[in-house]
Structure formats: structure tokens, C-alpha cells
Design a protein around this ligand. Structure first.
Ligand SMILES: NC(=O)c1ccc[n+]([C@@H]2O[C@H](COP(=O)([O-])OP(=O)(O)OC[C@H]3O[C@@H](n4cnc5c(N)ncnc54)[C@H](O)[C@@H]3O)[C@@H](O)[C@H]2O)c1
Length: 435
């Protein structure tokens, strides 16, 4: 037998051939985050390459007939980043700018997030490149059903469990559940979470992510001596996450002084009437034109006078261009990946405490986990039980991350990655490589 050429057996190929090293996008940000944490992994660092390549990627063509008879094709994805700790778990995003790199990064952040709050899942994510606002309801249903059939190879209650993300909701989850159930011949409520409550959904799921954002925000405020009562809060994105978080902060006595979404940027230094604003968003689709506030320049939003800033829209919003203007003492990442690594460094140098997405917005997946457990046992809990369990998990996870940050003198993001990567790689090592 010929001796093997050792150079051909190199173990470090961080970039798969389907990525362009000049345009890594969000996946590049995730890789930098893993590199930062590797020195803290001890002997588990031997397995770190596992985290730098998704386990499975499925790219699907989603053809549908439009209402006017045309045939349209959309690009869809499902990425399972890591399944060492359990089945894949992660949302489905419908957005015209979704890319494979973005879905890969979001799937990896789900692996980290699920491990950080210690729910028994791996990380996954899906998406379709589509602006759903351009589709009729019937077109959206056909798109969702065809996409669900196409990714049916990968998903299932014990394999990979999708959930809502940007521009998907309980109705989309109901169509996904029905399509999967029709294809497999049995009603499978546990195949997706974030379903309507009368279809096996969980009480408290809609507000769960915002409630988790609020919970970790309150914990961080206690630890840093910031009084939530009277604190000034600015929120970007006033949808599911930002709207709920804003409401809970306002109910706790904070003042929501500025809000930005895709329809405009508004401010009121005396505090917005959040209940009225939520009603306005429900009626008009956005915060623009709200009577109880002044419109302001979009770019000026980042420099607004506030104590707490909650980015809860899309990724890549806090950049090296605007991070220097931020006046908040506390940034709570409701969105996934809203802060670029350069901006993270600027905020850290300024002494701004950033509660990273991978812990701050984990409330959604935590209640999704409760929903999945309830579906399996067909036994449903009260909203109070759900909220109490959610708050306990978020508080415990946050306290653990805080302790690691103090021990290693690192940011909360690096600390969360340390906790999560160790859990994932420990599972990887204990399971061993097959065959
Ligand atoms: N929904 C969940 O349970 C959940 C869980 C974890 C993380 N997240 C993350 O939170 C973020 C928001 O998700 P959501 O479920 O609230 O979505 P959503 O669709 O309910 O709301 C999105 C909000 O972002 C705003 N927005 C969109 N484009 C914008 C732009 N260019 N500038 C300013 N605002 C813009 C929209 O106007 C809307 O207010 C996403 O990053 C998502 O991945 C959501």
C-alpha cells in the first residue's frame, strides 16, 4: 500500500468550497466569534473544527403558481449546523435578502443559543429568498407548503423542528405542520413550534423572546446598578421581539424614548405610549406616522439619549460607523447578529455592556422547547407556569454566563460562547465519531 501524503490529510479546512472568502457575510462573523473563544476551550479545542462547518445544508427550488397564472421560482434553504446535543431547532425566515451565508450563521447561532440555555437541541435554520409582502395569502400558503415538502427530507419532531423568524408567524407554522402531517400520514404537532395555541401551540410563546430580553435586561441592570424604573429605552424593530420587550420595559416603569422600524424613526423624550404605539403598528404595519411622537432622522437613532438600547430588527445594524455614537450603558440584542465584531470592540472599549443575542433572545427557543415537550405529552401548561419556568431558565443561564465573564475577564458574548461551545464539544467528544 502506498504511503499517504500527509499534506493531503490536513485537518484544518475552515472554508468549504461553496463559500467565497472575499464575501463571507454573516458566516464570517460567526467564524471570528468561534476563533475568539477557541483559546478558552482547553482540550476540547481539538474538536473546534466541528463548529466551523455545518453538518448539513439543503438548498431547494420552490416553484409556485402565482394567482395570475405565472410560474415563479424561489430559493429556499434548511441548514443543520450541529446535532450533537439533540435534534435541530431554529426558525424559518422569509426575506428577499436571505442568503446561504446568513442561514448558515443563524443556524450556528442557534447551536450556541440552545446550548447556552441548556435545552436539548442542536442548531438549525431555514429561509426563503422572498418578500412575502408581495405575495397574496394563497401564494404565501403555496410557497410555504412546497418549501415544507422540499425540506421534508430533513425535518421531523425528532430530527429538526422549525419555528417562526422574520416574516413568518403562527399561520405559516400551521401550514408547515399540516403539510408535514399530510406527507407522513399522521398529525405531527411537534414538527414545528410557534403554532397557534389551538393547534398544539404554547401559551406565552408569542411574547417569549421579548420576555427573555426583558428578563436578562433586568438581571444586568441589577448587577450594574442601573435602575429600570425611569430608565430611557430605545428600540429598533417593533415587531414580535421589540414590541414585547418595549411593552415589558414600559410596564416596569422605564420610558421608551425612541423607536425605529422599516416605516420610520420616532421619538418622544417624555416616553412613548407603548400600548397606543402597538395598536398603531397593528393597524398600519409600522411605527411611521404615530401621532404621539416626533419623526426623526433614521441615522440619528443610534445617537439618541438613552440608557438601554434594544436592537430587535435585523443583523448588521450596529457597525463601526455608528457604534461610537451610542450613548446607552446597556445594549440588549433582541435581533440575531445585530452588532458587527468591530462595533462590539468599540462598545466594549466605551464600557457599554452588550447582552449578546445568543443569550438575550433565547427566550423564544426556550418556550419553543416547552411547546415541543407539551406536544409530545399532549398535556398543556398554564401561562403562569410557562412564564415562571422561562424566567428561571433565563436567570440561571444569565448568571452562569456572567460568572464565566468575570472569571476570564471577557465580554458576555465570549463568555456565552465559552459555556455553549464547551457543552456542544463535550457532547461531540462523548458521542465520538461514527464510524
Ligand atoms: N420571533 C422570535 O421568537 C425570535 C427569536 C429569536 C430572535 N429573533 C430575532 O429578532 C429579530 C426580530 O424578529 P421578530 O420576530 O420580532 O420579527 P418581526 O417581523 O415581528 O419584526 C421585525 C421588525 O424589524 C423591523 N425592520 C425590518 N427591517 C428594518 C430596517 N431595515 N430598519 C429598521 N427596522 C426594520 C420591522 O419593521 C419590524 O418592526 C430578528 O433578528 C429575529 O431573528 C426572533
Amino acid at each position: 500500500m502506498q504511503a499517504k501524503d500527509s499534506s493531503a490529510l490536513s485537518t484544518a479546512h475552515a472554508l468549504p468550497s461553496y463559500l467565497n472568502s472575499d464575501h463571507l457575510g454573516p458566516w464570517g462573523i460567526y467564524l471570528q466569534q468561534v476563533d475568539r473563544v477557541t483559546p478558552y476551550l482547553g482540550s476540547l479545542a481539538r474538536w473546534v473544527e466541528t463548529l466551523k462547518r455545518p453538518k448539513r445544508i439543503l438548498i431547494v427550488d420552490v416553484p409556485i403558481e402565482m394567482d395570475d397564472g405565472r410560474i415563479a421560482h424561489f430559493e429556499g434553504y434548511r441548514v443543520q449546523h450541529n446535532l450533537s446535543r439533540g435534534p435541530g431547532k431554529g426558525g424559518v425566515r422569509f426575506h428577499q435578502d436571505v442568503t446561504l451565508s446568513e442561514v448558515m450563521a443563524l443556524s450556528a447561532w442557534m447551536s450556541i443559543k440552545n446550548a447556552a440555555v441548556n435545552v436539548p437541541y442542536g442548531g438549525a435554520k431555514g429561509g426563503i429568498r422572498v418578500d412575502p409582502r408581495q405575495l397574496s395569502k394563497a401564494e404565501l400558503e403555496r410557497l410555504t407548503r412546497r418549501y415544507t415538502s422540499e425540506i421534508g427530507l430533513l425535518i421531523g419532531p425528532t430530527k429538526d423542528i422549525p419555528a417562526p423568524d422574520v416574516n413568518t408567524n403562527g399561520q405559516v407554522m400551521a401550514w408547515m405542520m399540516d403539510t408535514y402531517s399530510m406527507n407522513t400520514g399522521a398529525t405531527a404537532t411537534g414538527v414545528v413550534t410557534g403554532k397557534p395555541v389551538d393547534l398544539g401551540g404554547s401559551l406565552g410563546r408569542v411574547e417569549a423572546t421579548g420576555r427573555g430580553v426583558f428578563t436578562v435586561g433586568v438581571e444586568a441592570a441589577k448587577l450594574t446598578g442601573l435602575n429600570v424604573q425611569g430608565a430611557r429605552v430605545a428600540v429598533q424593530g417593533f415587531g414580535n421581539v421589540g414590541g414585547t420587550a418595549g411593552k415589558l420595559f414600559a410596564d416596569a416603569g422605564a420610558k421608551v424614548v425612541a423607536v425605529q422600524d422599516h416605516t420610520g424613526t420616532i421619538q418622544n423624550a417624555n416616553g412613548l405610549d407603548v400600548t397606543a404605539l402597538l395598536e398603531h403598528v397593528g393597524n398600519t404595519g409600522g411605527v411611521g406616522g404615530f401621532a404621539g411622537a416626533e419623526a426623526m432622522d433614521a441615522a440619528a437613532f443610534w445617537g439618541v439619549d438613552c440608557d438601554i438600547l434594544i436592537p430587535a430588527a435585523l443583523e448588521g445594524q450596529i457597525t463601526k460607523e455608528n457604534a461610537g455614537q451610542i450613548k446607552a450603558k446597556l445594549v440588549i440584542e433582541g435581533a440575531n447578529g445585530p452588532t458587527t465584531p468591530e462595533a462590539d470592540d468599540i462598545l466594549s472599549e466605551k464600557g457599554v455592556l452588550v447582552l449578546p443575542d445568543v443569550i438575550a433572545n433565547a427566550g423564544g427557543v426556550t418556550v419553543s422547547y416547552f411547546e415541543w415537550v407539551q406536544d409530545f405529552s399532549s398535556f398543556f401548561w398554564t401561562e403562569d407556569e410557562i412564564n415562571a419556568r422561562l424566567v428561571r431558565i433565563m436567570q440561571e443561564a444569565f448568571a452562569g454566563v456572567w460568572a464565566v465573564a468575570q472569571e476570564h475577564k471577557v465580554t458576555l458574548r465570549t463568555a456565552t460562547f465559552i459555556v455553549a461551545c464547551k457543552r456542544i464539544l463535550h457532547a461531540r467528544e462523548a458521542r465520538g465519531l461514527y464510524p
